[in-house]
Design a protein around this ligand. Structure first.
Ligand code: NAP
Length: 280
């Protein structure tokens, strides 16, 4: 009998996860099926209970349920608990365990892009202080070995709260967007985690790269469009451009491995996502 996997969210019609995960299940000849379930906010508890009743092998969780889902799980992995959000649930002998693969997926994608084993000696600036910034900051602080990780955000108090709540002290400071623009030359890696520049607002950019260092890396976790205005400007100014598709693929690959025990072919996953993005 086919094993069932899924992603839950609201809305969920836009999700590329079913295309990506079904392609890689087929590629590895695993008899499973991955389905997107849209669950309305007032039905979220019933929805998750329903998935458990079906003995689902695993599911992803996307907006707006990454925090809420934690109320309905049997166990939560330490990093996911610290981040305060779960994007991957695994059926471990009938117990549903929550993980967060967003931060690890991002870090693996960035290190692969940079062809480096770690971020040692690198100064990092994260733009944004929302859920994605939290996953990236906590993971990079725990595993990235960066020199420092500073945060710039439109709302300074949220950046301050984020840096204070990070369980690992990374000697980072908080900047306004203007301060970040003026001091951009200090950073080796600049990561946009805000939604600014995402389709349909493709002509927006979260900050000016006028002072970016040549050879620095500008990374955008947005993958629709694949090349944001920020990344176009980065290339024009002699910086390297790292797109958000790698994070999306790797967070899914890490989830797949937890569910099936198989290390997936990430090229197969990336090709499917690229094909669907190019059709949009
Ligand atoms: P979130 O929790 O809502 O946080 C949004 C952040 O963006 C906040 O820091 C917010 O600043 C800032 N922001 C929003 N609109 C802004 C504007 N007009 N000007 C300046 N700053 C603005 O969202 P999230 O869950 O972190 O997701 C953020 C982005 O990451 C989305 O585009 C999402 O698609 C993307 N993402 C990608 C992946 C992937 O796999 N590649 C995974 C997860 C998320 P304030 O604090 O001032 O409001």
């Amino acid at each position: 009998m086919k094993e069932l996997y899924s992603v839950i969210g609201y809305p969920i019609g836009h999700s590329l996860s079913p295309h990506m995960q079904n392609a890689v299940l087929n590629h590895h000849s695993i008899d499973g099926y991955y389905h997107a379930f849209e669950i309305a906010p007032e039905k979220v508890e019933e929805g998750i209970k329903g998935l458990k009743a079906l003995n689902i092998k695993g599911f992803n969780v996307t907006i707006p349920y990454k925090v809420k889902v934690m109320d309905f799980l049997d166990e939560i992995d330490e990093l996911a608990r610290e981040i305060g959000a779960v994007n991957t649930v695994v059926n471990e002998n009938g117990r549903y365990v929550g993980y967060n693969t967003d931060g690890d997926g991002y870090l693996q994608s960035l290190l692969t892009f940079l062809e480096r084993p770690s971020l040692q000696d690198q100064s990092v600036l994260i733009l944004g202080a929302g859920g994605a910034a939290r996953a990236l900051l906590f993971t990079i602080a725990a595993k990235g070995q960066a020199n420092c990780i500073d945060i710039a955000n439109r709302t300074l108090s949220k950046a301050q709260e984020l840096i204070t709540s990070c369980p690992i002290d990374n000697e980072g400071t908080v900047l306004s967007i203007t301060e970040a623009e003026e001091n951009l030359g200090r950073y080796d890696i600049i990561i946009n985690t805000t939604a600014v520049g995402m389709s349909p607002n493709v002509e927006e950019s979260p900050l000016s790269l006028q002072h970016v260092k040549k050879g620095a890396t500008v990374s955008d976790i947005i993958y629709n469009p694949l090349e944001t205005k920020l990344l176009r400007e980065a290339k024009e100014r002699g910086a390297l451009a790292h797109t958000g598709i790698g994070m999306f693929v790797m967070q899914g690959a890490l989830a797949f491995e937890k569910w099936t025990g198989v290390q997936p072919d990430v090229k197969v996953m990336e090709d499917v996502v690229l094909r669907h993005l190019q059709k949009k």
